[in-house]
Design a protein. Structure first.
Length: 214
């Protein structure tokens, strides 16, 4: 009887562990992919498909943004971005339920950031970012949901999606972890909260090396 109970408990623990395990992701294959690939663990709505990665803009940095929009606003923002790719906004939008909207072709540059105008070293050493981390070399990711409370954190679904998405971006564009930035780290922004700071901190903590998947 005891042996049967122990076996049942072990089986249950294995099931729980498997359910919480990250899906197997072939980052090397995604780095070379085109079109609208399936990305394990992510629900991606492709408003603009991937092209040949060799013809993508030379992205050197990743900037985490927050929209200060309510739940549901990422979809609308991404759809408007897709209609006018170079308008104020970003390439990738993430909804509160973790859905990722890829809105802009990889060779086009949306208008985001303030030109890397932060130079006070408040969060990071800005000697390598001041007027250097800008829209032309930085792919932006926008997270919806911090309205009406701008200090509200991202949802668990957004954090889970981000941990996969950011590594996909790193692998595809060969961006090292130390080139992932919060918007507040590189530009003077709203003093009420630190925009993108938790996202960038978590992404860097993954210590993902894009060269390891080549």
């Amino acid at each position: 009887m005891l042996r049967a109970v122990v076996a049942a408990v072990v089986a249950a623990l294995i099931c729980v562990s498997a359910a919480g395990a990250e899906p197997a992701i072939d980052f090397a294959a995604l780095a070379r992919a085109s079109g609208t690939p399936e990305i394990p663990g992510l629900k991606v709505v492709w408003l603009a498909p991937w092209g040949d990665p060799a013809k993508a803009n030379r992205w050197q940095n990743i900037i985490a943004h927050q929209t200060e929009g309510p739940a549901g606003s990422a979809r609308g923002g991404a759809q408007e971005q897709a209609k006018n790719p170079t308008r104020r906004g970003v390439t990738v939008w993430v909804e509160t339920d973790g859905t990722v909207y890829w809105a802009v072709a990889e060779n086009l540059i949306p208008t985001h950031g303030e030109g890397g105008d932060r130079n006070d070293n408040k969060y990071i050493d800005n000697s390598t970012t001041y007027h250097q981390v800008v829209k032309t070399n930085s792919i932006g990711v926008e997270f919806a949901g911090n309205y009406p409370d701008v200090t509200a954190p991202q949802t668990p679904a957004q954090f889970a999606a981000w941990e996969i998405l950011v590594r996909v971006l790193q692998a595809r564009y060969r961006i090292p972890a130390d080139r992932i930035y919060a918007h507040n780290w590189i530009d003077f922004k709203d003093r009420r909260y630190c925009e993108g700071c938790e996202l960038a901190t978590r992404a860097r903590a993954l210590k993902f090396d894009p060269d390891s998947v080549r």
